[in-house]
Design a protein around this ligand. Structure first.
Ligand code: NIG
Ligand code: FE
Length: 416
């Protein structure tokens, strides 16, 4: 792979390989009329008037793109989705408009359990087919990396099936997929109490999942009043960490329980949702390297308040923005619309949003050494936009403003 992007009208990117906290989220680099040369899936040279060696390493031709009318940003990273899922839940959507709450629906055996039934019944092929479509929609909008999780299986076989589906999808897609185990997403129908299901997860599921997928996998938990409490969450995170999982949490989404404090004190890479976070949690995140992941699409979809992104950033926390794409609480997977909500509802600046959807999103997935900015040596995730300025993205969702998406995997192979 050899690509020369010629005379990019405007290139906007955060820089570095670490998360950006507080005010530093606004520090982006903007360059004009700059060339970017890509070789073997990485940014090789960035500057003016680049003339790559005609021969290259393996004599491949150089594909040249005239970018004099285009804006370039790093490829978008979505650090929180619930891909893969099966089926859909439109009935609940309308029940909520009549006054039923998300937690009431879950307690009556609907919600996540509805999707669990569909996922258990689906074959791997069916799951792959349905979810490849969602992933390709996201790629066409500029998403070069996304996170996906289990959590709709709630038994060993179906949880492993979901993660295996993510591995198979990755072989077929131009995107990197970061995989997460979310066994403690709801009470599995086979168990009477959260304590007994947690015991089973800790003793059986976590070790088996780690044995099967190992290394780079995350463990996540839905820590919430009426779901898994702080004590159960702590037990889970400690076991997951001990086995070698990286950790993240669904925390303080509906009521404040201190999930954000637990995430920060256990070295979680991210604490996600945080709609109900309080000062104690904000301070804990600001003092840690745990990324606060905002999911404004979920607030919008459920008609709920929005997380206090401004307070988090102003207190010095690192904030990322993600979709939470799933069939129950957020059916949006469009990163441009999410960027729009980050501006209009979370009151983040365009520079903060760019950092939140690229470098900080990469940090939330522990891949910011390789992804999340346009810098020599990093993986070549990049979006060319048919717009005049990077600030156009949050302002103009719902239109075809993407010109080209570049990823290390567009040749159809996962170049390492
Ligand atoms: O992140 N909050 C917990 N889980 C998901 C929803 C999953 C679902 O409803 O299917 C969330 O919003
Ligand atoms: Fe979620």
């Amino acid at each position: 792979m050899r690509i020369l992007l010629k005379k990019i009208k405007q290139l906007a990117t955060p820089t570095g390989s670490m998360l950006k906290k507080g005010k530093d989220m606004s520090q982006i680099t903007v360059m004009k009329d700059v060339d970017v040369y890509i070789e073997n899936g990485r940014f090789k040279e960035i500057g003016h008037g680049i003339k790559p060696d005609i021969q290259g390493e393996n004599g491949e031709n150089i594909e040249e793109i005239d970018c004099s009318d285009l804006v370039a940003t790093p490829g978008i990273i979505d650090p929180h989705t619930h891909i893969p899922f099966a089926g859909e839940r439109h009935r609940e959507f309308y029940l909520r408009q009549k006054g039923k709450s998300y937690i009431e629906i879950l307690k009556e055996g609907g919600g996540i359990i509805n999707t669990t039934k569909a996922v258990r019944a689906a074959s791997e092929d069916q799951l792959i087919r349905q979810n490849l479509e969602y992933a390709m929609e996201m790629f066409s909008k500029g998403v070069v990396v996304f996170e996906g999780k289990s959590g709709y299986g709630l038994d060993i076989e179906s949880e492993i099936k979901q993660i295996r589906v993510l591995c198979e999808m990755e072989k077929l897609l131009p995107q990197k997929i970061v995989k997460t185990f979310l066994g403690p997403h709801a009470l599995a129908p086979e168990f009477d109490t959260y304590d007994s299901y947690m015991e089973f997860i800790v003793e059986n599921m976590l070790p088996l999942v780690y044995e099967e997928f190992g290394g780079d996998i995350f463990a996540d938990i839905f820590c919430e009043k009426g779901v898994f409490d702080i004590r159960q969450s702590e037990k889970y995170l400690e076991k997951a960490f001990e086995l070698g999982f990286k950790i993240k949490m669904h925390a303080d989404e509906i009521e404040y329980t201190g999930g954000s404090v637990l995430a920060a004190s256990h070295g979680a890479k991210s604490a996600d949702h945080l709609i109900a976070i309080e000062t104690e949690g904000i301070n804990a995140l600001a003092e840690s390297d745990t990324v606060a992941v905002m999911l404004p699409g979920t607030s919008f979809f459920l008609g709920k308040p929005f997380a206090p992104a401004r307070r988090l950033i102003d207190s010095g926390a690192a904030v990322a923005v993600a979709s939470d794409f799933n069939p129950g609480s957020c059916t949006f997977n469009d990163p441009h619309f999410i960027a729009h909500l980050a501006s209009s509802q979370l009151k983040m600046s365009p520079e903060e949003i760019l950092t939140a959807q690229t470098l900080n999103a990469a940090a939330a997935l522990d891949i910011s050494d390789e992804w999340g900015s346009i810098e020599v040596g990093k993986k070549c995730g990049l979006v060319l936009w048919n717009i005049s300025d990077y600030r156009f993205v949050p302002y103009f969702p719902g239109h075809s403003i993407v010109h080209t998406v570049i990823s290390p995997y567009i040749d159809g192979c996962h170049v390492e």
